[in-house]
Design a protein around this ligand. Structure first.
Ligand code: HEM
Ligand code: HEM
Length: 196
């Protein structure tokens, strides 16, 4: 069960008239957020661990795992968007600049979740001529093409590293809210039973 928050920021929010806003994200938003985190971490772990593996069949297994996890993250986005649009966000009473920066950061994360799997899909088509999802062959909209595959690999790689950087900044910001500003931003996104 949730207990009332006691941070100075929470008092400030109440004082600024945000007392009637929910104090945390709805459970559905929290669930989809942390499920996305788990899947996206696997997406990176699967593809990056290939660097350390020599065995061809293991490398292929990891690549396919990367595809499946990436496509799952993509599908989950289409669950996440309506869940998020139907949710009333908590109000933390943050300064305007922080609100703008966080909205911009979240927007870019959504854009990454939308575009990275799409470019990855196109890359897999152009390089291998086929994509499957757990053994089921998916339609290929692009013919096999080595030059296109190289371009797409560059775009997908850069976008992937940029996304990783953004995720790092996003997680750092969340931890700073919790440990430095001592407000409720992170607590509001934690599963209910984990909150003090
Ligand atoms: C959230 C989704 C995704 C993220 C964050 C992501 C990220 C990455 C990253 C960081 C790399 C390594 C780039 C490098 O080595 O410099 C990569 C490679 C790759 N990704 Fe993705 N990816 C995603 C989804 C997908 C999907 C859905 C597919 C295909 C259906 C895909 C296909 C590929 C392919 C073919 C490679 C090249 C691997 C190789 O040949 O070494 N990716 N991806
Ligand atoms: C794969 C990694 C992650 C992705 C893709 C991601 C994505 C997002 C997105 C898109 C939002 C905006 C919610 C919305 O308005 O719909 C959000 C919110 C949030 N995320 Fe993450 N996140 C990731 C990792 C993390 C981590 C590691 C933490 C904590 C250390 C975290 C903490 C939060 C918090 C506290 C919020 C709420 C912010 C607010 O109320 O303004 N996220 N995340």
């Amino acid at each position: 069960m949730d207990t009332p928050t006691r941070s100075p920021r929470a008092h400030q929010s109440r004082a600024s008239g945000a007392a009637h806003a929910p104090s945390r994200w709805p459970s559905a938003v929290v669930f989809v957020h942390w499920l996305t985190v788990l899947i996206v971490v696997s997406v990176f772990a699967l593809v990056l661990s290939r660097e350390f593996i020599e065995d061809k069949s293991v490398r292929q297994w990891l690549l396919h795992g990367h595809w499946y996890a990436g496509m799952t993250a993509w599908l989950l986005l289409f669950v996440r968007i309506p869940v998020r649009l139907g949710a009333a966000p908590p109000r933390h009473g943050l300064p305007r600049l922080q609100q703008v920066l966080s909205a911009a950061g979240h927007g870019l994360l959504y854009l990454g979740l939308l575009l990275l799997p799409a470019v990855g899909y196109a890359l897999a088509c152009a390089r291998y001529g086929h994509v499957d999802f757990a053994g089921i062959a998916l339609p290929t909209f692009i013919e096999r093409d080595r030059d296109l595959a190289e371009t797409l690999e560059m775009v997908h790689g850069w976008a992937g590293w940029t996304m990783l950087g953004l995720i790092g900044l996003h997680a750092l910001a969340a931890l700073m809210h919790h440990h430095v500003f001592k407000d409720d931003v992170l607590r509001a996104m934690l599963p209910a039973r984990r909150r003090p």
